[in-house]
Design a protein. Structure first.
Length: 149
């Protein structure tokens, strides 16, 4: 039997999914089939775009990912050449915060908070154990941001 939220197989039946914490129904007959987990990566830094161009690409990438059923989108925005964080990274994160506030995305996690030893990274891997197969999700990297759709 699979969890209707994350799609993971349920070995034990204590009423909650051990992966995502979803409360499980007595029967799955009336629930829609779980979406297959889908992860994608997009780079919005290629070609040295302006901030506006990068944000347009981010918007288009999020829309396309949502249409295709992607659950987690890794956005590569770079860290910036100054060594203290770039404007594209900062503006991308401000924009994602607005989208989260509007309910257009579920959440986002700064790349420096990724990895199994950091609380947000650990929670992301617990919620989506399939991400353990992707290096971007296992290490801290301030040049990426993970978007949960």
């Amino acid at each position: 039997m699979d969890c209707p939220c994350c799609g993971n197989s349920q070995a034990g039946n204590d009423g909650r999914c051990p992966y995502c914490g979803e409360t499980l129904a007595e029967t799955f007959a009336d629930l829609p089939a779980p979406m297959a987990f889908c992860y994608r990566q997009v780079s919005i830094k290629e070609g040295m775009p302006s901030v506006d161009e990068a944000l347009r690409l981010l918007t288009a990438s999020i829309g396309a990912a949502q249409t295709r059923g992607v659950r987690v989108l890794s956005v590569v925005h770079g860290y910036g050449s100054s060594g203290k964080g770039g404007i594209i990274r900062d503006e991308c994160r401000k924009y994602l915060d607005i989208l989260r506030g509007k309910g257009e995305i579920a959440d986002f996690i700064h790349g420096e908070n990724l990895g199994k030893r950091r609380p947000q990274g650990k929670n992301l891997l617990k919620r989506f154990p399939q991400l353990d197969n992707y290096r971007d999700c296992q290490v801290s990297n301030p040049g990426v941001t993970m978007v949960v759709l």
